[in-house]
Ligand binder design. Structure first.
Ligand code: S3P
Length: 429
């Protein structure tokens, strides 16, 4: 069997890459972005910004964005194609809403099944005109306005995409836009705004709620942005090293935002030998080195309050759970049904197919350790979901590559260098 050994710099963070491009477009002047993730999803955001009149050039290793300001989008003469990217769709709908232009947003068959009303319902209450397919889906048409109302939005579903859409919209609204979230979600938009010297109020309320107040419209002066490396991409190799005997790896430049690395605490609770060392801060985000050694894991209960903070890591945590002694219970996973695939179904059906002991009860997944022998090759169904594909390829390492995935192409949605990086780490025993 192979092991994972060595040191690696993971590609740029997907969430920050989208936000870096959009906030650079909304700034005035030239932004040089480094370590931008060049994945399918992020390139959708690049193309849409260009369709909206923003000049973006690639000058290796940088991306240069010439921002037009918070009211600088031109009406596009083509439909804005978000492909598979929920983040592109939700954030860009928010960003265009306070510009006086008409836009049509479209997406691929998976994105067409994902709710957009979760963002547009809020935008409608402040005056944006939106018409959606079946009242919830893409394709949708939006007529934005410079005269949207400054209002308070209480976000019901914990979602950084909804929060960010409303904040981006608020940047060109006259008056105070307030966004209250009941459960904390990833806060990269807030951190980048702060880095860009945008003045706003952030208050922590009782019960973990957060209140953000923006007083627009803003003029943001362009400032170069460095993108930290993606902890969600790192999670695949972290779990790979934990479950593959004799492994020992070091991942550098990893973003250590607490709203993104809660999965490391979960793994530590499972007995994982992981050390995290902060090295510096870039553009408002702590970054550092994560070292991981093969460990004997044990099952844990993951409570639902953690779900917004480990939302993208459940597929790879489920893989870790298959190798952990005892039972792992993952609770409160309702939002997983609204990702690139219904991830409760994708995780459970594929693990069952491979003969693991797994059940889903309502919105929970329960995995009981079982000594599974893989006699023959088996192909799992990715449902074109990048995180499902990568998770099962990691599991495949400890089964002599007998687990195949039906579509590896979808990996380029978030991590085009996945195979190159994995091959760099894989070594003979
Ligand atoms: C993201 C937020 C999360 C996450 C997605 C990226 C973001 O979605 O699952 O991969 O960049 O804001 P929700 O905010 O809808 O939970």
């Amino acid at each position: 069997m192979l092991k994972l050994k060595g040191s690696l710099k993971i590609s740029g963070d997907k969430s920050i890459s989208h936000r870096a491009l959009i906030l650079a477009a909304l700034s005035v002047g030239k932004t040089k972005i480094s370590n931008l993730l060049e994945s399918d999803d992020v390139l959708r955001t690049v193309k849409i910004l260009r369709d909206l009149g923003i000049i973006i050039k690639k000058k290796d290793p940088y991306w240069i964005v010439y921002g037009n300001g918070t009211c600088g989008f031109f009406e596009p003469n083509t439909a804005l194609d978000c492909g598979n990217s929920g983040t592109t769709a939700r954030l860009m709908i928010g960003a265009v809403s306070s510009n006086p232009i008409n836009c049509t947003f479209i997406g691929d068959s998976s994105l067409q099944k994902r709710s957009m009303s979760r963002v547009t319902d809020y935008l409608k209450t402040i005056g944006a005109e939106v018409s959606l397919t079946k009242n919830d889906y893409l394709p949708l048409m939006i007529t934005g306005s410079e005269n949207l109302l400054p209002k308070e939005h209480k976000i019901k579903t914990p979602s950084a995409q909804i929060k960010s859409a409303l904040l981006l919209s608020g940047l060109n609204i006259h008056g105070i836009t307030t966004v209250v979230e009941t459960k904390p979600t990833r806060d990269h938009t807030e951190r980048l705004l702060k880095y860009l010297d945008v003045k706003f109020k952030l208050n922590k309320l009782k019960g973990g709620r957060t209140k953000i107040e923006l007083n627009g419209p803003y003029e943001i002066n362009a400032k170069d942005i460095k993108v930290a490396s993606d902890p969600s991409s790192a999670a695949f190799f972290i779990v790979g090293a934990l479950i593959t005997p004799n492994s020992e790896i070091e991942l550098k430049n990893i973003m250590l935002n607490p709203s993104r690395i809660a999965f490391i605490d979960v793994l530590k609770k499972m007995g994982a030998k992981i050390t995290v060392k902060k090295t510096k801060k870039i553009c408002g985000e702590d970054i550092g080195t994560v070292k991981v050694k093969y460990s004997r894991l044990k099952g844990v209960k993951i409570n639902s309050y953690l779900s917004p903070l480990i939302i993208d890591e459940y597929p790879i945590l489920a893989i870790a759970a298959t190798q952990a002694k005892g039972k792992t219970i993952m609770k409160g996973l309702a939002e997983l049904r609204h990702k690139e695939s219904d991830r409760i179904k994708s995780i459970v059906s594929n693990l069952k197919k491979l003969n693991f002991d797994v059940i889903s009860e309502e919105d929970n997944i329960i995995i009981q350790n079982k000594d599974v022998k893989m006699m023959n090759k088996k192909t799992i169904k990715t449902y074109n979901d990048h995180r499902i594909a990568m998770s099962f390829l990691i599991l495949s390492i400890i089964y002599d590559n007998k687990i195949l995935v039906d579509n590896e192409d979808c990996i380029s949605i978030s991590y085009p260098k996945f195979h190159t990086h994995l091959n760099k780490l894989l070594k003979k025993n």
